[in-house]
Ligand binder design. Sequence first.
Ligand code: GLY
Length: 430
Amino acid sequence: MKVLVIGSGGREHCLVWKISKSPLAEKIYAVPGNGGISEIAECIDIKTTKNDFNELLKFAEDKKIDLTVVGPEGPLVDGIADCFQKKNLRVFGPVRHAAAIEGSKVFARELLDKYGIPIPEGVVFTRENYGEAIDYIGRRKKFPVVIKADGLAAGKGVTIAIDKGQATEAIKECFVSNKFGNSGDRIIIEEYLTGYEVSILSFCDGKKIIPMDPAQDYKRIFDNDEGKNTGGMGSYSPVPVLKEEVYKRILNEIIFPTGTALANENITYRGILYAGVLICNDKPYLLEYNCRFGDPETQVILPRLAEDLLPILMECADGNLSREKLDWDKNRCVCVVAASEGYPESSSSGDIITGLDNFTGSDDVIVFHAGTKMRNGNIVTNGGRVLGVVSRAGTFKEVREKIYSAMSRIKFRGMQYRKDIALKAERSEQ
Ligand code: GLY
């Protein structure tokens, strides 16, 4: 089979790595790919915005691609799966009106609310009733409060405002200074819940939903969850703090009812349904849905999937998932992200990365590339999140030792990474 993977991050490197292990995979292409992906797939320089869909379709037709796997949300929300399906090209990822579950937080909220799925209390305001949003904050007694821009905002559209001043500022950013363009035409003002978060990703074929083992990601740049929000500085799976009965509540109160809600609304959802769930006093609330694999959750989930990924992706795309559950490796898996100098405010490119040879061909320590590229035979930095270093072992203590030993052998100018990834999980096992 010929497979095309769309995207250029650590998530896509992990997808290509897992697909490359399938005996069914004859040839893998990545668009545009990155420095690490280029070692196991042929990288093709085509852009992935809406204007480039025709070029992508032509490529898939010319190369007789059997399956296209779409990594990032942007092309899905813009309808790339619809374009492939119209040409009878098999694609893994939801069509546009299904991807709206991530593309519009207001759409997702209204759907979940209609079907009684637990979400934080909240109110929707539009740009036209800006004044009402400001009055609402003026009257509100309870802070912090969460302000969410409706549309895609590269992970920057959610503000936790600790007081009226910050909330007013966040509303103005959407409605007055237009920070998020049309994505800020509507906002949700939502109650702030405390607890811990888990990511539950599921395979969906339009009828059946098969959840994967849970993962947890780390959003802040510094240890102890301090500093600015990032795309994700690390992750681990499984999640020992998540009790079995709470996991079952997530499935029975959120994930499966969402499947029913989508079916009742005649939305055929094929691809990944990624639930960001907050657990507050053992009660789960859905914070957000994403229409794709998580990054960096994928990097700790797929290495634990004790099955060939390719048939699962094919079956989802064809709407005929044949299995009822998935087999998981019992090992613990951790991913630590190495970011470039200045991240997340800015990023640094062109710095030579050394030490990667130590892990070439290793399945013990796997280095997934995110922001890298080849330059004159060297791998150099090319973005904010540069690498995701992943390992597996029987306990979180062992796996953390392996990862941090590996981190000390990889070097580039200004490299920064968190030292506390999966530390709580390690302590929970002692
Ligand atoms: N880990 C967060 C995300 O993929 O959106």
